[in-house]
Design a protein around this ligand. Structure first.
Ligand code: NAD
Length: 277
């Protein structure tokens, strides 16, 4: 366990927030969870109670009605709300006002460097990108996390964050200078972008693309199955963020993806995405 971090708050208990909470609790950290969708948060906490009995989990996961209550008395706050810059700025600002002075604020954003959020807080030396990767199981994380500084993040904050990632047995992927997409997410993004183009422009069936990927990498899922698991709305927002950053029309996600989202076809969470689930 980290000697500097004992209690964690996670703001946004969607697909990633829940996974991060479960991972941290498994390593003895108490987790305060907040989501605007309190009903769905409660449902998760209830189902989790049965799971704790089955798995002997160590840390406690507690739900909160307000961000303010969730973040007071914490050492690390991880923001995991949707990939919308304005929303993240608002939440960073709110957290900064109420979190203890020593607490570190991290974003799980898939694309935005924390330097884009640091103007929303006074504690500019205590902000980080800690970017987790979705895993194969229902609540799984892949065994790695990117970690990146903002323009004023202190070395001490960085070391505390890195030690905490190691304490939950994830491999820290250290980003040495600011990178849009961090380390592996940037590489995955290049793959995802090309896959979407090959499919949307009618060059190949997505099943063949996934098959090719699985044959060459020996991975169990192809890129389209992975995108279904991530959530097509989440994928779209991330692709739009890259597009807005570069301004390059080639980076714009295909309309065919947007059409699916508009029809409510969001991947595994709606039981239909590129595949039926
Ligand atoms: N899905 C992935 O594979 C993945 C991987 C790494 C990082 N991320 C990033 O993590 C973040 C969350 O992604 P996700 O997949 O968990 O999305 P999600 O849509 O599953 O969850 C987002 C949650 O945030 C909640 N929310 C919305 N506005 C809120 C607010 N103002 N305050 C509190 N909660 C609020 C929603 O109710 C929802 O439960 C995004 O920045 C995304 O880019 C996603």
């Amino acid at each position: 366990m980290s000697d500097k971090i004992k209690i964690i708050a996670i703001i946004g208990a969607g697909s990633m927030g829940k996974r991060i909470a479960i991972k941290a609790a498994a390593y003895n950290y108490d987790v305060h969870l907040y989501d605007i969708d309190y009903a769905s948060l409660q449902k998760f906490i209830k189902s989790r109670k049965n799971q704790i009995k089955a798995t002997n989990s160590l840390g406690e996961i507690t739900s909160y009605y307000s961000i303010d209550d969730a973040v007071t008395k914490t050492d690390l706050i991880i923001e995991a709300i949707p990939e919308k810059l304005d929303l993240k700025l608002e939440i960073f600002n709110q957290i900064d006002k109420v979190a203890p002075h020593h607490a570190i604020i991290a974003t799980n954003s898939s694309s935005f460097p924390v330097s884009k959020l640091e103007d929303a807080v006074k504690r500019k030396d205590k902000v980080l990108n800690i970017h987790f990767y979705i895993g194969a199981g229902e609540y799984a994380l892949t065994e790695m996390a990117d970690i990146m500084k903002g323009t004023m993040t202190s070395n001490e904050t960085f070391e505390i964050g890195k030690n905490w990632i190691e304490s939950i047995e994830l491999r820290p992927l250290v980003v040495k200078k600011e990178s849009y997409g961090f380390v592996y997410n940037r590489i995955w993004r290049a793959i995802k972008k090309e896959c979407l183009k090959v499919w949307a422009e009618g060059y190949a069936d997505l099943k063949d693309i996934d098959a090719a990927w699985k044959i060459t990498t020996k991975m169990s899922d192809g890129p389209f199955m992975i995108m279904d698991k991530i959530g097509l709305d989440v994928v779209y927002d991330i692709e739009m963020s890259y597009f807005q950053h570069s301004g390059n029309p080639d980076d714009k996600p295909p309309q065919a993806l947007k059409d699916m989202i508009d029809k409510g076809i969001l991947g595994l969470k709606t039981r239909e995405g590129f595949y039926k689930h």
